[in-house]
Design a protein around this ligand. Structure first.
Ligand SMILES: Cc1ncc(C[n+]2csc(CCOP(=O)(O)OP(=O)(O)O)c2C)c(N)n1
Ligand SMILES: [Mg+2]
Length: 666
């Protein structure tokens, strides 16, 4: 929507209100980034007062336009806007407490802290990727639900965002998918921390975006009419739009404007005084003159009638469609998930399957994607290897966005950031696939998903030397440990088809965080042959092969493909009269979350503990203790058929039994 233009004088004073709040808050905090909000104030004023469809009284309104500040260091821009527009929670007191413990105004924007913030940004480039995901989710849900989903995604990004490699993946995907509801406002200020951009960059960003299938233009980012005209054109484009807005960082600061010195430190009292004079801003710190605040607050109410009309449209939907829309928005799973899982388990008990866990995952997905229509799958060009596409899934692509499978291309960084954006948008559950070793290409986004508490599910196959001939470049050894180090991330390594199903269920049921499913390329025997309705993986670890009788001398802990090896080692030990039991550990995190007593009961009292996992030992001491024996990897792998590799690296039932016996002998 476009309202009548404010007079130039009103515009300037409204923009200066942002500049003043940013300068003053950073000064008070003695840290922060005044340059971006001061430079971006004109763009933000036009966008937020004339275009953006938002209702500060309902920051979760599903059909609001999304605004992502990808350059999260400019967080004061968002906080100033929230305050000025009349967010209930963003009081002037919060602005005064910028960057202080417990405030709603942390150093970088955190969506889980501050109502009205769409994503957590700071690691440059991530927000842009999130915005692409939001724009995908919008088109997808619009295709499914019609005109109750009808909004735009705006993203404000800096030189740094566009220099990061992840931006290329995000831009290419958005251009390919023709996401014409996506608008990038590029803060083309030619300055980064080290100084002028010419030190390190000479890319023509307009040409770059055009090459990726976008509409792109250059404007004066301090000219409100030019900004408005560019936004009007963007809304008519049949492609995503990039507007390179030439701005002056620290606009208004008498000596620091246009310089990197305004990027990331308080301007200082003298400079602020000079800026107030230059901008004609006479109000004291943290005070916004009543007439300007009124203009802002009125702007904050602009979309109320649209919100009402939207409520009416939602109310007019057939009851089942409306309920379904609301269910998906709330992130609630359909009621029948437990039933669906039970049905598959019954099938598996009747007809066991000795298949790779990646195939098990595909088998589970046939049922789960049918039961949970909001699952939007994908793969970074490894669909046939990751087995993430259930048969009925159609591609999500332009111009028909109703499909549920995204061909992300070979873009793991962009894929992971996009998935975060889809989850943040709401209404969809993104999952996708690549090889486990490429978790490192997704790691910054996985970390942010964990921090934000977003449900995104990464299927990561080819999870060890078990992938064989592709060799050590493709064989993860340190990856599980590295993923397990991320707080609030659930890492699952199921041992067979039944555990894979259970782990999928747990990943889907975890509304508040991401999951990784580490799956094998190679076939594995179905170890869980009996029908057990309860989800045994829910506790993170459980006894999968109990002792045959009497005093247990050895407990063998294992995950994934090594559980079968552990079970065979137990048989060797039992045959020698050394009684053993096997504990499967599909998730360290869920196990760590159990009570001390429950953990102790699972770990047991056998004098010898052995762990077996085709990966490095790091992390296992929490279960087997420093005296436990570990059978796994301590080097990178090698290129050979997988059975040869298991023998070569000594990950065999015989070696596991030997390790146990040698501990017993001590
Ligand atoms: C991935 C990542 N690397 C480095 C940083 C640290 N950092 C913050 S802002 C910035 C660059 C500043 O330049 P620009 O993005 O143009 O922002 P401006 O100074 O114009 O506001 C850097 C290197 C970061 N936040 N994220
Ligand atoms: Mg810059």
């Amino acid at each position: 929507m476009m309202n009548a233009p404010a007079s130039r004088a009103d515009h300037d004073r409204m923009a200066n209100a942002i500049r003043a709040l940013a300068m003053d808050a950073v000064e008070q905090a003695k840290s922060g980034h005044p340059g971006l909000p001061m430079g971006a104030a004109d763009i933000a004023t036009v966008l937020f007062t004339k275009f953006l469809k938002i209702d500060p009284a309902d920051p979760k309104w599903p059909d609001r336009d999304r605004f992502v500040l990808s350059a999260g260091h400019g967080s004061m821009l968002l906080y100033a806007l929230l305050y000025l527009l009349g967010s209930e929670t963003m009081t002037i007191d919060q602005i005064k407490r910028f960057r202080q413990l417990g405030s709603l105004t942390p150093g970088h924007p955190e969506n889980f802290v501050t109502p009205g913030i769409e994503t957590t940004a700071g690691p440059l480039g991530q927000g842009l990727g999130n915005a692409v995901g939001m724009a995908i989710a919008e088109r997808h849900l619009a295709a499914q639900f019609g005109d109750i989903v009808d909004h735009h995604t705006y993203v404000f990004c800096s030189d740094g965002d566009l220099m990061e490699g992840i931006s290329q993946e995000a831009i290419a995907l958005a251009g390919h998918l023709k996401l014409n509801r996506l608008v990038v406002l590029f803060d083309d200020n030619g300055i980064s921390i080290d100084g002028p951009l010419s030190l390190a960059d000479s890319v023509d960003q307009v040409k770059r975006f055009e090459a990726a299938g976008w509409t792109a233009s250059r404007i004066d980012g301090h000219d409100p009419q030019a900004i408005a005209a560019a936004l009007v054109a963007a809304k008519k484009s049949d492609k995503p739009t990039m507007i390179a807005c030439k701005t002056t960082i620290g606009f208004g600061a008498p000596t620091k404007a246009g310089k990197s010195s305004s990027h990331g430190s308080p301007l200082g009292a003298e400079e602020i005084k000079g800026a107030r004079e230059k901008l004609g801003w006479t109000a004291p710190a943290f005070e916004i003159p009543a007439d300007i605040l009124k203009l802002w607050r009125d702007a904050g109410r602009r979309s109320q009638s649209e919100h009402k009309a939207w409520n009416a449209r939602l109310g007019a939907l057939p009851a089942d469609k409306r309920t379904e829309f609301e269910r998906r928005q709330n992130g609630d799973l359909p009621r029948d998930l437990a039933d669906a899982v039970r049905g598959v388990k019954e099938q598996l008990a009747a007809t066991p399957k000795d298949i790779a866990t990646r195939i098990s995952s595909e088998f589970a997905l046939e049922t789960l994607t049918a039961a949970i229509p909001e699952m939007v799958g994908g793969s970074a060009d490894l669909t046939g290897s990751n087995n993430t596409r259930a048969k009925a899934m159609k591609p999500l692509a332009a111009p028909d966005y109703a499909g549920t499978f995204i061909h992300y291309g070979i873009r793991e960084h962009g894929m992971a950031a996009t998935m975060n954006g889809m989850a943040l948008h709401g209404g969809v559950i993104p999952y996708s696939g690549t090889f486990l070793v490429f978790a490192d290409y997704c790691r910054p986004s996985i970390r942010l998903a964990a921090l934000m508490g977003e449900r995104v599910i990464h299927v990561m196959t080819h999870d060890s030397i078990g992938l064989g001939e592709d060799g050590p470049t493709h064989q993860p050894v340190e990856t599980l440990a590295a993923l397990r180090a991320i707080p609030n991330l659930h890492v699952f390594r199921p041992c067979d088809v039944v555990e894979t199903l259970e782990c999928w269920q747990l990943a889907l049921e975890n509304k508040d965080g991401p999951s990784v499913l580490a799956l094998t390329r190679q076939n594995l025997p179905q170890l869980r042959k009996e029908m057990v309705t309860r989800n045994l993986c829910a506790g993170g670890a459980y006894e999968i092969a109990p002792s045959i009788a009497g005093q247990v001398r050895v407990t063998i802990f294992a995950t994934g493909s090594e559980v079968a090896i552990a079970v065979d080692a137990k048989k060797l030990l039992d045959a020698q009269g050394v009684l053993a039991r096997v504990v499967s550990v599909p998730s360290f995190e869920l196990f760590a979350a159990q009570s001390t007593a429950d953990r102790a009961a699972i770990i047991g009292t056998a004098p010898v503990k052995v762990a077996v996992e085709a990966a490095v030992r790091q992390g296992w001491d929490a279960i087997i203790g420093p005296d436990g024996a570990f059978v796994g990897m301590s080097t990178f792998g090698a290129s050979a058929p997988f059975k040869d590799l298991y023998r070569h690296f000594g990950i065999t039932p015989e070696k596991v039994a030997e390790a146990a016996l040698s501990k017993l002998a001590k």
